[in-house]
Design a binder for this molecule. Structure first.
Ligand code: C2E
Ligand code: CA
Ligand code: CA
Length: 408
């Protein structure tokens, strides 16, 4: 088995100690061990295990301390499984399996905690905190499963919606396009923001279906918005809609084929759609992502890097991947009035973009002062609440139909 290592223990050796941080599990191959827990000043044996038993397995699932001490009763051979190795395997496991595993392990720890309380009731006080943490984990796991389930219904029953936020040319004060931002119109809970459901969708694999839907919807909206906008408002170029993509959207290597298919099904041209991806995506799926993005780029689709500067920020990938636009992360814009270093970073990003022939968009413009400073620093385009908060398609149609460039 790759990744596991064999370890020998002499009679009396301690394999793990209660309360210590755990980073591995052991499978006993030969010999016997005893399991001990601390009771007042003495170690009390609560069981023994022989060949074939797995010990300390919880430490490779979560990073809680060891719940017992394990000592060799005679000379033992054991296989050591590190958390790192387990995590690598778990990464590739089915997401539902992963979720269930977490729930089961949480319950298992809970059960062990409770059975210990039955044995040593006076320990209750010391265990309350751990108990609360477990309950929190439990609640989190259950709410994840609940959202996952409801999200499946949401997809089937068309409860997902796209909101649109304008992206403006700061020099000419014309509308360049919109970013499409997903919302979940829950029948009872109302509008749910993407920060709640996108992570669950990514974890469970539902995101691929959702992105396909969003891309088709964005294609159809791009045409309606284009019709509603006059040429003097858009500066003659077709308006684009930027669609957010996740790592998983690029995991199977044929993302470009699906994207081109959706564009052609909807009669959209390549310049009407931009792909927004994060630095994390490029780092996590470099090979498939690169090939797919190159194909998209060849067919004329713009590729933007979202939240630029907030992630890995390895400048290396800027020439390795086909990139057209850098979107400056909101955090830089938020800090630029108070932190001169943020202004320097913004200027540097604009310089990098210019030198590499890329376009640059500043996110999070919330005031006329933000817009002015960003424009003065040389940024071409901007997006933020000051121009408009993300709104439904009907509002986007009104927005382009009645656009008045703000004075600042
Ligand atoms: P993002 O792609 O960085 O989107 C920008 C977020 O900043 C949006 O939040 C937007 O409403 C918010 N925003 C825009 N202007 C301002 C401003 O001036 N000030 C502040 N404070 N915030 C501003 P939202 O819509 O809640 O989306 C959050 C994140 O969810 C997005 O961040 C993106 O990572 C993800 N997301 C949204 N829609 C999709 C989608 O269709 N697919 C995927 N994969 N992810 C999505
Ligand atoms: Ca985005
Ligand atoms: Ca962003």
């Amino acid at each position: 088995m790759q990744g596991e290592t064999k370890q020998s223990f002499k009679k009396g050796d301690v394999l793990m100690r209660e309360g210590d941080p755990g980073d591995c599990a052991y499978v006993i191959e030969s010999g016997n061990v005893e399991i001990l827990v601390q009771r007042d000043d003495t170690l009390v044996q609560i069981g023994t295990r022989g060949a074939g038993s797995i010990l300390g397995e919880m430490a490779i699932i979560d990073d809680k301390p060891r719940t017992a001490t394990v000592r060799a009763l005679d000379d033992c051979e054991a296989l050591r499984i590190s958390r790192q190795d387990f995590s690598r395997r778990a990464e590739n496991a089915d997401p539902v399996l992963k979720m269930v595993l977490h729930v089961v392990m949480t319950r298992y720890r809970d059960l062990i905690g409770r059975s210990r309380l039955l044995r040593f009731p006076h320990e209750e006080a010391g265990h309350t905190e751990q108990h609360e943490n477990m309950n929190e984990l439990h609640d989190l796991a259950l709410s994840t499963l609940k959202i996952h389930n409801e999200l499946k219904t949401a997809i089937a029953e068309n409860q997902l919606a796209l909101f649109y936020q304008p992206i403006v040319d700061l020099q000419k004060m014309k509308i360049k396009g919109f970013e499409a931002l997903m919302r979940w119109q829950h029948p009872e809970k109302g509008l749910i923001p993407p920060s709640v459901f996108i992570p669950v969708a990514e974890e469970s694999g539902l995101i691929q279906q959702m992105t396909v839907w969003a891309l088709g919807e964005a294609c159809r909206s791009a045409q309606k918005i284009q019709k509603a906008a006059g040429e003097d408002i858009t500066d003659g170029d077709p308006l684009f809609i930027s669609v957010n993509f996740s790592v998983r959207d690029f995991s199977d290597g044929n993302a470009h084929e699906k994207i081109k298919e959706i564009l052609s099904e909807n009669g959209s041209s390549a310049e009407q759609i931009h792909l927004e991806i994060t630095e994390t995506l490029l780092m996590e799926a470099p090979e498939q992502a690169k090939a797919s993005l190159e194909e998209c780029r060849k067919s004329g689709i713009n590729v933007s890097i979202d939240d630029f500067g907030s992630g890995y920020s390895s400048l290396n990938y800027l020439h390795y991947f086909p990139i057209d636009t850098l979107k400056i992360d909101q955090s830089f814009v938020r800090a630029m009035h108070t932190h001169p270093a943020s202004r320097v970073l913004i200027t540097s990003i604009i310089g990098i973009a210019r030198n590499l022939n890329m376009c640059v968009i500043a996110e999070g413009i919330e005031s006329a002062e933000d817009a002015k400073l960003i424009r003065d620093l040389g940024c071409e385009q901007g997006q933020g609440y000051w121009f408009a908060k993300p709104f439904p398609l009907e509002d986007a149609l009104t927005f382009v139909g009645s656009w008045q460039a703000p004075d600042f």
